[in-house]
Design a protein around this ligand. Sequence first.
Ligand SMILES: O=C(O)CCC(=O)C(=O)O
Ligand SMILES: [Fe+2]
Length: 257
Amino acid sequence: MNEELFPRERAVVAPGAVHVPGWLGADLRRELVDACRAWGRGPVPFRHTALPGGGVMSVRTVCLGWHWQPYRYSRTADDVNGARVAAFPPWLVGLGRRALAEAYGEDAGAGGVAAGAYGVEAGAGGVAAGAYGVEAGAGGVAAGAGGYTPDTALINFYEGNARMGMHRDREERSTAPVVSLSIGDPCVFRFGNTASRGRPWTDVELRSGDLFVFGGPSRFAYHGVPKVLPGAGDPAAGLAGGRLNITLRETGLPRGA
Ligand SMILES: O=C(O)CCC(=O)C(=O)O
Ligand SMILES: [Fe+2]
């Protein structure tokens, strides 16, 4: 939302991890909320994901393109109703590319990403090559925002005391960045490190319309949502309460599958 008295500043939270406050305008937020409602109507509904240990996640999730369940992707929602998940729409690929360009700079190519988001050190080659591996260096982040082709989205809905523990998004074979879009109630988003669930971490408040991208050296960093803050959702976007988060990812899985 852009009505802030003191506009919030974009911030590089860690190398490759960028927070862009208020990136989504009201029209786009509303379109996304409408789209999420439609996706939640099927073929696969929002569900509390069952964990192997017997627990269930407090957020409710629905997926596009590929269905995520702990800890793999499949085309069908075998832990829900067995249906094939809704297709990942081309317009969402476009939104992902725009998000990447916004976070890392228009020339989010080899040099652009390195210089813009990772800092000069990373650009020097060592970190970039080390973090991406040769494969990704050639075809992943280095290909720039235009080459970014997310093929799965996890749509999380937080209500009441829903939260998400510290974890890594690591079921993807691609090392391309994760694009995260938030709509509705604000939350504390905890962005940690790649070594452990523990400190150091940075707590960032994500509000409605905020973009957060994590790639490069931060792609496999631990992160979580310890708390959703009280709010009224985002009435301008047609969300009466709760928090929606959409993450766009490249699975690196075969497209034809
Ligand atoms: O809700 C968020 O902001 C984070 C969601 C997340 O980390 C995930 O879906 O893996
Ligand atoms: Fe995550």
